[in-house]
Design a protein around this ligand. Structure first.
Ligand SMILES: *[C@@H]1O[C@H](CO)[C@@H](O)[C@H](O)[C@H]1NC(C)=O
Ligand SMILES: *[C@@H]1O[C@H](CO)[C@@H](O)[C@H](O)[C@H]1NC(C)=O
Ligand SMILES: *[C@@H]1O[C@H](CO)[C@@H](O)[C@H](O)[C@H]1NC(C)=O
Length: 245
């Protein structure tokens, strides 16, 4: 009797645990972009909180323990980084195209990054030898991400979305930097370099932004993947699926 109870409980918990779709996901019919846009907007603040049962980490704050920036002329790393602001991003548009295996999303908003850094080399023409704190604010940036989707079966034959790859374009909006100790032991030179960096923020963002944005985008897409892996398509898409090869 005890065994039966345990078995029943185990099956019940298993079913609930694996198959239950979170309440904040509102299914849409395939390629109904009006519905998918609203559903994505509704899901964002909850999704970024993380879904531990599905292995989706918290995205706001998004932690960057260590990131080395492989840049010509500069050896730089970011430590103990925290990126915040994902929950307040505005989703402007989505375009789902099942047959073309594409899902496009446009967002805008503000993100901040705080952490520690070490850097040695040159930033544009300025020599730096820094070890300190870093704050970066990205205001009114715009990003468009296109995910190449696929449908893959799991071992029970249920279909899941899969992100095969992605491309993005970004407009940084306005970026401001605050870094301490850009020149070790020389506060005056450090301030001069910081002023120079902020006066040339667009060039700096173009040169140094990509590895950080790549890293963040990769992690967001991987989180979406984990969600897709846990929730079959039939729970996300209402009604029949278009032909998909
Ligand atoms: C698409 O979704 C919207 C909002 O959920 C709904 O009002 C509309 O009827 C749907 N359109 C189709 C073609 O299913
Ligand atoms: C981003 O920050 C700017 C300046 O503080 C503000 O005007 C704008 O409304 C913010 N955007 C969002 C989406 O929160
Ligand atoms: C940078 O941050 C420090 C405190 O960490 C502050 O005293 C300073 O005014 C800030 N500088 C700029 C340019 O924002």
């Amino acid at each position: 009797m005890w065994n039966l109870c345990t078995l029943f409980l185990a099956v019940f918990v298993f079913e609930k645990g694996l198959a239950k779709i979170p309440d904040f996901i509102h299914p849409c019919t395939a390629d109904n972009n009006t519905c998918i846009l609203q559903s994505t907007i509704d899901a964002l603040p909850e999704f970024v909180r993380g879904l531990p049962a599905m292995g989706v980490p918290t995205l706001d704050p998004f932690t960057i323990e260590k990131l080395s920036l492989p840049l010509p002329g500069l050896k730089a790393s970011l430590y103990n980084g925290k990126m915040t602001g994902f929950r307040n991003l505005v989703i402007d548009n989505v375009e789902s195209n099942f047959k073309k295996h594409k899902f496009m999303m446009e967002v805008h908003g503000n993100l901040s990054l705080k952490g520690s850094y070490k850097a040695h080399g040159r930033v544009l023409v300025m020599p730096i030898d820094g070890d300190g704190d870093l704050k970066v604010k990205m205001t009114n940036f715009k990003m468009k991400v296109t995910i190449n989707t696929a449908v893959v079966p799991d071992d029970k034959g249920r279909k899941h979305f899969h992100a095969k790859g992605y491309q993005y374009t970004i407009d940084y909006g306005q970026v401001s930097f605050n870094m301490t100790n850009l020149f070790k032991g020389n506060p005056e030179l450090s301030n001069t370099v910081l002023t120079f960096i902020n006066e040339n923020w667009r060039l700096i963002a173009d040169e140094f932004g990509k590895p950080v944005i790549d890293f963040a985008t990769e992690n967001v897409v991987r989180s979406i993947e984990k969600f897709f892996l846990a929730v079959p398509i039939e729970e996300l898409v209402e009604g029949p699926l278009p032909y998909y090869d």
